[in-house]
Design a protein. Structure first.
Length: 344
């Protein structure tokens, strides 16, 4: 009886100090400091880190860039797309292979524990839930339609082809899982062009192999006509496409991949957030990200970030925020921004 009382009392005291530690750490270091400290604890982690210094530099000395393109001749409903993605193209049995590819590309040793100051911690590879991705994309598209008429009234109609079809970009696409799913749901005639940008060659190669598998299974096509005759004119192509790009964000922006984007998704949860936006109540991404996107994207582009916001000084306004499921982090907040003012 006495032993049980002492045990319960000790447990309550320990719990109190743990809660106190979390509160103090959050207040003194901000949410970003807390998450960095938490991720540095010696526990079994799913995350794969990369090097922050390569995010805005060229991928290699010669600015390495590659891309692979296929076409989406038909579209699927969300349940069909999830089934194809989760069972045929990205089965759980291959998940460890994808994580290992990322670890190899980032020189992360097996069992290595990273400190909060390690620059490789600035970007983590994790497979974002498909249903959460779809929820955020659907809401962003609703907001896009609401604001497109106002933008057209202010600046006149935009004639670029991507406006008719729509262009979705996953910035930091890893093994291409969200890109493939987005193309399956939004493809078909007059569908969207869906692009993935990935900096690590090892993950890009995995994505390429999966896309080739999807082509061989006739889920996608290697030509816009559905035939491998190579005679289809790009200008007359009326079907949606899927493209995988290898390169840094800066390199791919210089190739014009973002210049006609309608919606950009960025899983930004562990990207550097040195400041806190009090008005929006969220950690704020470093200026490089906000500036790169504002200078590379068209006015009216919507950017979705997770657990971080863009800096409003570069013309971004926050239209909406949504709590979404993310088991890896006990949930995430998606922030939907509109580029309302291009930099002078």
């Amino acid at each position: 009886m006495l032993f049980g009382y002492i045990f319960k009392s000790t447990l309550l005291v320990v719990s109190y100090f743990v809660i106190l530690f979390v509160v103090v750490l959050t207040l003194t270091s901000g949410l970003n400091g807390f998450s960095s400290s938490f991720l540095s604890l010696p526990v079994r982690r799913k995350y794969i880190a990369t090097k922050d210094t390569t995010l805005f530099a060229d991928f290699s000395a010669d600015g390495q860039y590659q891309n692979l393109k296929a076409y989406t001749l038909s579209s699927f409903n969300s349940e069909q797309a999830k089934l194809l993605t989760n069972t045929l193209l990205y089965p759980p049995s291959e998940r460890q292979t994808r994580y290992s590819a990322g670890a190899k590309g980032q020189n992360l040793q097996r069992g290595e524990i990273l400190s909060p100051s390690d620059p490789r911690l600035s970007l983590a590879y994790e497979e974002f839930p498909l249903h959460s991705f779809e929820t955020l994309i659907q809401r962003a598209n609703e907001l896009r339609e609401e604001h497109s008429s106002q933008i057209a009234a202010d600046e006149g109609p935009v004639t670029r082809e991507a406006t008719r079809r729509g262009k979705l970009v996953d910035l930091g696409s890893g093994a291409g899982r969200l890109v493939v799913y987005g193309a399956l749901v939004n493809g078909g005639l007059s569908g969207w062009d869906v692009h993935g940008i990935e900096i690590l060659a090892e993950l890009h190669n995995v994505a390429q192999e999966i896309l080739k598998r999807a082509v061989s299974q006739q889920i996608f096509s290697s030509s816009a006509s559905g035939r491998d005759d190579g005679n289809c004119s790009e200008e007359n192509n009326a079907v949606g496409s899927i493209q995988l790009h290898l390169g840094s964000a800066k390199t791919c922006a210089s190739k014009g991949i973002l210049k006609d984007a309608d919606i950009i998704f960025c899983y930004s949860t562990v990207l550097p957030a040195p400041d806190f936006n009090v008005e929006w109540g969220a950690p704020m991404l470093s200026l490089e990200w906000s500036e790169l996107l504002s200078t590379s994207c068209p006015k009216g582009c919507l950017v979705i970030t997770t657990d971080r916001v863009l800096n409003p000084i570069h013309g971004w306004i926050l239209l909406d925020k949504m709590e979404v499921d993310n088991p890896a982090l006990f949930g995430s907040t998606g922030y939907i921004h509109l580029l309302n003012q291009k930099p002078c």
